[in-house]
Ligand binder design. Structure first.
Ligand code: PLP
Length: 443
């Protein structure tokens, strides 16, 4: 009894002291941040009791039963990798900071030889590519941002619209708010590319004097997220000419290779256009991901390539490599192993690689068939006009209040910019979704 009351006395004094110290602490000045623009919505969806609810927010491919499936090629690669783990005494040790050597060799070849149809050969043979395995596409962009802001430039142009995480990544990694600009590449009224605006804006705003710091520009390689609208090859050539003339630093985000045409090689057209342009004096940066096109989302498998000019000095590659390592070490130390072994298995076995190409084609065919079915119900031409839109998402061009009605009245969840993930639509919910989209379009 005595012991208990003294404990009580002690604990109440302790609590009082603690409360006072929290009031005086800087911790009390931390305000809540807004929820993540995409992943935050899934939390609302999970708490929605409506049995008819549909989550069309996240870019994850689902089959007609609403399941996240693994591609047959990837399943086979997994079983080979698992077998090797057992038979060859492979272990779960750390990968090197730059990732697995085998993965790097195979992915480098897949991108800078196969995907660009040999146009990268000079860079490979002159050893001008810094290649690292990264923590998926996000990790590649974050490492690029840290590297660029430390050594070359802390100003960047992002597309208006873009994947919301782009702004977040650059803000968190050395680019201040005042140095993040938006280029108007898209006409919301017509749903088409606004090429003149885009080029004029860059020509009028990017400083060209020799003493000015070069400015970076982020480009979506294909399947622009969220609009699904990409420039034509001819438009890209004009854009790349302008960016090159302005000595800008291109950062290419290639998260959807294969999801535009169904052909992984065709979809690397922007890389080919950049290589045809010649050297990029401050480097060309490619942030690539296997999340969508191999379905390795949670395994976090991607890469960063930095192409430096062919006449750059002999030590440059090692110097860049040595600077990337402490950056990576300070953030995630080294990339995850298992998923990269699976991707490496797919890429290093010709039969599996062909099967993977086919799997990507099947996924894109199903995405297109959903567009067709929605078109049958709604008769909205941008659903099936390839020039106006393609890829994993449909950009409804709904405003925020229309998106809110879909969420509150129908429990259909889109991102706030009006983007919906097509593969969340299937035979059992398409009529419900079509009706809701139609109703909201009339409001
Ligand atoms: C435009 C864009 N870039 C990059 C990524 C990076 O994805 P991850 O980090 O999953 O590879 C995504 C994913 O949704 C994306 O949409």
């Amino acid at each position: 009894m005595l012991i208990n009351s003294s404990c009580l006395k002690y604990s109440s004094t302790y609590t009082r002291v603690n409360i006072r110290s929290i009031h005086n602490s800087l911790l009390s000045q931390i305000n809540p941040a807004p929820p993540d623009k995409i992943l935050g919505l899934t939390e609302f969806y999970n708490n929605d009791p409506n049995p008819a609810k549909v989550n069309l927010t996240v870019g994850i491919y689902k089959d007609n039963n609403g399941h996240v499936t693994t591609f047959p090629s990837v399943l086979k690669a997994q079983s080979l990798v698992n077998h090797n783990y057992n038979q060859k005494n492979h272990n779960l040790a750390y990968l090197p900071i730059n990732g697995s050597q085998f993965y790097s060799e195979n992915v480098l070849k897949f991108i800078w030889n196969d995907s660009v149809m040999g146009l990268g050969q000079d860079y490979i043979s002159h050893d001008k590519i810094n290649f690292i395995q990264t923590l998926s596409g996000t990790g590649a962009i974050a490492i690029t941002a840290k590297f660029l802001s430390s050594f070359l430039s802390n100003s960047i142009w992002l597309p208006n619209y873009s994947w919301p995480n782009h702004l977040n990544i650059f803000k968190q990694n050395g680019f201040s708010k005042e140095n993040i600009f938006k280029y108007d590449y898209y006409n919301h009224q017509t749903g088409e590319i606004s090429i003149e605006n885009w080029l004029d804006q860059l020509k009028n705003s990017v400083p060209t004097s020799k003493r000015s710091t070069p400015q970076c520009i982020l480009l979506h390689a294909c399947c622009h997220n969220p609009t699904g609208v990409d420039p034509t090859r001819e438009q890209w050539k004009l854009i790349i000419d302008t960016i090159h003339d302005l000595k800008m630093i291109p950062i290419i985000d290639m998260a959807y290779q294969g999801l535009e045409s169904g052909n992984l090689i065709d979809d690397a057209y922007l890389l080919r256009i950049c290589l045809e342009k010649g050297d990029w004096s401050n480097g060309l940066y490619l942030c690539q991901s296997f999340a969508k096109n191999m379905g390795l989302y949670g395994e976090r498998v991607g890469s960063l390539s930095i192409l430096t000019p062919l006449d750059s000095h002999a030590n440059l590659k090692d110097n860049i490599d040595s600077q990337l390592k402490p950056i990576i070490r300070s953030v995630y130390s080294s990339p995850p192993g298992y998923g990269s072994h699976v991707a490496n298995q797919v890429l290093s076995d010709n039969d599996l690689k062909l099967e993977w190409f086919n799997d990507v084609k099947n996924m894109v065919d199903r995405l297109h068939s959903i567009r067709l079915k929605l078109f049958d119900n709604l008769n909205w031409s941008d659903l099936i006009n390839f020039k106006q839109q393609h890829g994993m998402f449909y950009f409804t061009r709904f405003n925020q209040s229309q998106v809110n009605v879909l969420k509150k009245k129908y429990s259909i969840y889109l991102t706030d910019d009006g983007r919906l993930s097509l593969s969340g639509i299937n035979d059992s919910n398409i009529d419900y979704i079509s009706q809701a989209l139609y109703d909201v379009s009339k409001s």
